[in-house]
Design a protein around this ligand. Structure first.
Ligand code: ATP
Ligand code: MG
Length: 262
């Protein structure tokens, strides 16, 4: 495992779908949050970014989706430099962002919530095709299509958010703490859906507090510390590293396994 701030090695040498290259970013006059951060998301992978509260995980996703412009560094999607584009252009370029917390409109139906994700699409046949796709991927979305989204459980609402993000058929979906506030069963379903998204052809950059569970789901992992990627590599190697477990994953794997902790 590398312990230097270099991009993670990829299982195969495919060109990454998303590259954040040497990013410096922050808010106003405050000190930089990201200080030379580099992350790559190869096709067909879930890349998980872990780190303590306030480390800058959400900031990384905001830079990727155009909500925050980097001071320096580049954002590349499928080899194309999209640095400085705003959120709508980023969406069109292939980056969809599912924000931290809950973002369904409770007083709108599941259908209306999902179709909000299609606002950049013009072709009715294309929209119908995408609706069929997300309903197949997330069966609950199809089953509850005409119900108010507020009547769904937290985990089901998260799947509505996933469905909305996939309407534009993004290259990479950016997921910020999808398991936040969910019970263990709903958390397990949400992580299952993350791998289903990957298997259906969308790469995922996943940010999680629930670091151990997220790394068990991910193909590659990165640990964010002091505004840079401190450690990166195959998720299974990060999970097996005792020092990393102690520092970032809340103790040793064996100790957690005894409690069955989800
Ligand atoms: N809109 C903002 N304006 C000013 N500072 C901000 C803003 N958003 C975040 N920050 C600051 O940037 C730093 C990183 O925040 P960020 O939300 O990226 O962390 P995080 O790793 O996602 O944390 P958490 O695990 O709590 O979600 C923090 O010091 C935070 O206070
Ligand atoms: Mg956050």
């Amino acid at each position: 495992m590398a312990s230097e701030p270099t991009p993670q090695s990829t299982p195969e040498a495919a060109e990454p779908l998303l590259v954040l290259d040497d990013i410096q970013a922050g808010y106003g006059r405050a000190a930089m949050v990201l200080r030379g951060l580099t992350i790559e998301v190869p096709p067909g992978t879930v890349v998980c970014l872990v780190g303590p509260n306030g480390a800058g995980k959400s900031t990384v996703l905001k830079v990727a989706s155009g909500l925050l412009k980097p001071r320096t560094g580049r954002v590349l999607v499928a080899g194309r430099d999209v640095t400085g584009q705003g959120p709508q252009q980023m969406l069109t370029s292939g980056l969809a962002h599912v924000l931290q917390g809950h973002s369904v409109f409770r007083e709108m139906t599941v259908a209306e919530n999902v179709l909000l994700g299609a606002y950049t699409l013009r072709d009715k046949a294309r929209i119908d095709e995408r609706v069929a796709f997300v309903q197949e991927l997330f069966p609950i979305v199809g089953e509850r299509w005409k119900q108010l989204a507020g009547l769904l459980s937290g985990g089901q609402q998260k799947q509505v958010e996933f469905a909305r993000s996939l309407m534009v058929d993004p290259e990479v979906v950016l997921l910020d703490e999808p398991s936040m506030g969910l019970d263990p069963k709903a958390t397990a379903t949400v992580f299952e859906q993350v791998t289903r998204m990957r298997d259906a052809g969308t790469a995922v950059l996943l940010v999680e507090q629930n670091a151990r569970r997220a790394l068990e789901t991910a193909d590659l992992g990165c640990v964010l510390d002091l505004g840079r990627v401190h450690i990166s590599g195959p998720a299974s190697e990060l999970l097996a590293d005792p020092q990393l477990s102690e520092l970032y994953l809340g103790g040793r794997p064996a100790a957690r396994a005894e409690t069955g902790g989800a």
